[in-house]
Design a protein. Structure first.
Ligand SMILES: Cc1ncc(C[n+]2csc(CCOP(=O)(O)OP(=O)(O)O)c2C)c(N)n1
Ligand SMILES: [Mg+2]
Lengths: 331, 325
């Protein structure tokens, strides 16, 4: 990878973004252990370059949609760490008012169309978001993320066909982290090269190294260019790895320690750090300062969440219908 | 008698039926190598091998339909949904294929299969993971719907469901899998469609089923201290419903409260209330009351979970209301 293609600012931005994601998730894990965060909680540790490389290639008005493993996507879209953390706490100050929790971060303001809990459910939704932009003659692109496991849902095939037929401005991203819960990709398919799924619809489809933001950025920039030129969708199979279990309750016994260690050797954060230092784009001291800044942001987010109230129980009846005064059945 | 967990009772039922009948197989996500997302199928891959304990991709519509097709061609599939929230992806095959096949084919193709997995809420899991569809499935002719509340019933009913020649929806709960209860070593079967009086009483009848039976029984216990005698009926099956057991109890107590983890509109509780008022109107000393979930999806925050579900306080209030106390 030719590192001189990207500026110092880009590298620093990637590093800061990924460091925020990493430290945020580490804190979330700790808070989950303390039962401050409940329910299902899926961490993004190891996969940071996928989102970081996406964001640097997109415009602010582009749209994102993903599954339940959504904390990093939410942060990268510009939702504050405070609001994401408060959502994990189930507090009324969270980005979904405490109604969504870990799996359902949303922000209309930041063009983040949410974290979705039914595997693959967001695949047609992503195409629909792009449909609306095309309909209005907008210039926006939608990036629709889903896992290697989600690629097994029938909805993918219906959606890919229509997205190609109508040349929708959508980029489908398989975040291939090798596993769907305890099931490895090879145990679910004959077609190990997952990007080939798109080829049966003649969709431009590529495999991308997801352990470095550079490769992700380049593939994403190309795909976005195609979408904006009315050339329709792209499928990117971005190959990455999650260091932690599927969720906080998964001990991940289905894979070897060696496998995890192998990936940690090409840790995206460490790689970008090495580039920053070797190219003299930053000094150790600069990065130390950045680390402190990120930790301060996270501590502030925790304090904010601790001090925020839970939603009032009566809010259960709010935000169900856009229509005010809907006649619910009450006891 | 020995005491075992709910999940172990289910596993024993599966193991015994699979040993008995080579046409029975178990298929679903993470059922084999991971030993089940909730460890119901622990050790089964080892005993029966990958031919009969089958891991699938996350493709509910596909494997539900593959199950129905296999049943048409003589096998007896047990299809596991990781939770019934995800069965919605597959519901076309359940309603349009499994439930209709016998009639459409003029009685040629019956569908001897079980769809099973956990139903209902399980804490702070948010709106898409906290739904109870017992009444949705129960609404559909052609299906049977079983919702056990303890390990003993779970084992006996699952064995019957697997032997049943029609499609059975068998609904468990993430919050019951660890519950312990007495289960005999000897084989036994429990018929589908027969309710069980879990606690005898004289002042009021409480009807419930599944996980929320815990709330019904806890309420009866609490009210006993206040001198109120509740008869608690566990429906165990919501299609068909054992109306007779309910009506005979109401004829004795003259008062009825139905407790259910489901949205109120067109629920099992509204069905029970209809039938009881139709058949036993003259025996009622008070309007029938029901305690359902709130009429909303369940949001994530703990304050919502607390507000949403039937609890002892809400059920006690309903019981006292029908007793005019
Ligand atoms: C339709 C549906 N089936 C099953 C599940 C349970 N489930 C949640 S996540 C998951 C694994 C998904 O793996 P993948 O798509 O690879 O995403 P990853 O978790 O690796 O990010 C499963 C089976 C679900 N949420 N929805
Ligand atoms: Mg995966």
């Amino acid at each position: 990878m030719a590192t001189n293609k990207f500026t110092k600012e880009t590298y620093l931005n990637w590093y800061e973004q990924m460091l925020l994601m990493r430290r945020f998730e580490e804190k979330a894990a700790q808070l989950y252990g303390q039962q401050k965060i409940k329910g299902f909680c899926h961490l993004y540790i190891g996969q940071e370059a996928v989102v970081a490389g996406t964001m640097s290639a997109l415009k602010k008005e582009d749209r994102l949609i993903t599954a339940y493993r959504d904390h990093a996507h939410a942060l990268a879209c510009g939702i504050s760490a405070k609001e994401v953390m408060a959502e994990l706490y189930g507090k009324v100050t969270g980005c979904s008012k405490g109604k969504g929790g870990s799996m359902h971060m949303f922000s209309k303001e930041h063009n983040f169309f949410g974290g979705h809990g039914i595997v693959g459910g967001q695949i047609p939704l992503g195409a629909g978001i792009a449909f609306a932009d095309q309909y209005r003659g907008g210039d926006q692109v939608t990036v629709c993320y889903f896992g290697d496991g989600a690629a097994r849902q029938g909805a993918l095939h219906e959606t890919f066909n229509m997205a190609m037929l109508w040349k929708l401005p959508v980029i489908f991203v398989i975040e291939n982290n090798g596993y769907a819960m305890g099931t490895s990709v090879e145990r679910t398919t004959n077609v190990m090269e997952m990007y080939k799924i798109g080829e049966s619809y003649e969709m431009p489809s590529f495999a991308v190294d997801g352990m470095q933001p550079e490769t992700v950025h380049e593939a994403m920039a190309e795909a976005a260019k195609r979408a904006r030129a009315n050339e329709g969708p792209t499928l990117l199979e971005i190959r990455t790895y999650r260091y932690r279990g599927h969720s906080m309750s998964d001990p991940a016994k289905y894979r070897t320690k060696e496998e995890v260690e192998e990936y940690k050797k090409k840790d995206p954060l460490e790689m970008v750090k090495a580039t920053l230092l070797s190219k003299k784009m930053a000094s150790e001291a600069d990065l130390e300062t950045l680390e402190e800044k990120i930790m301060a942001t996270i501590n502030e987010a925790v304090e904010f969440s601790e001090n925020s109230p839970f939603p009032d129980p009566s809010a259960l009846y709010e935000d169900i219908y856009a229509e005010p005064n809907y006649p619910f059945i009450k006891e | 008698m020995r005491s075992i967990q709910f999940r172990e009772a289910l596993k024993e039922a599966l193991n015994e039926e699979m040993r008995r009948d080579p046409d029975v197989f178990l298929m679903g996500e993470e059922v084999a190598e991971y030993n089940g997302a909730y460890k119901v199928s622990q050790g089964m891959l080892e005993e029966f091998g990958p031919k009969r304990i089958i891991d699938t991709p996350i493709a509910e519509l596909g494997f539900a339909g593959i199950g129905v097709g296999a049943a048409m061609n003589g096998l007896r599939p047990v299809i596991e949904f990781m939770t019934f929230n995800f069965s919605l992806v597959a519901i076309d095959q359940v309603i349009n294929a499994a439930a209709k096949m016998y009639q459409m084919s003029g009685g040629q193709f019956n569908i001897p299969m079980v769809f099973r997995g956990p139903t209902g809420s399980a804490g702070q899991l948010g709106a898409q993971h906290s739904q109870a569809f017992e009444n949705w499935y129960a609404n559909c002719p052609g299906l049977k719907v079983v919702v056990p509340s303890n390990p003993y019933d779970a084992k006996g009913l699952l064995k019957t469901a697997i032997r049943d020649n029609d499609p059975v929806i068998f609904m468990e709960s993430e919050q019951m899998y660890g519950d312990k209860g007495e289960v005999p070593e000897e084989e036994y079967l429990i018929p589908i469609g027969v309710a069980d009086i879990k606690r005898a009483g004289t002042d009021v009848t409480i009807v419930s089923f599944g996980k929320i039976m815990k709330v019904a029984l806890a309420t009866a216990e609490a009210l006993a201290n206040e001198g109120i005698s509740c008869e608690v009926i566990d429906l165990r099956t919501v299609r068909p419903i054992d109306y007779d057991t309910v009506i005979n109890s109401v004829k004795k107590t003259n008062r009825l409260v139905v407790v259910e983890e489901a949205w109120p509109l067109a629920s099992i509780s509204s069905e029970i209330a209809y039938m009881v008022q139709k058949v036993a109107f003259d025996h009622l000393d008070a309007p029938i009351r029901r305690v359902n979930t709130q009429d909303t999806p369940l949001g994530y925050a703990p304050t919502f979970v607390q507000e949403f579900l039937p609890n002892v306080e809400r059920v006690s209030k309903a019981v006292k209301d029908v007793l005019y106390r």
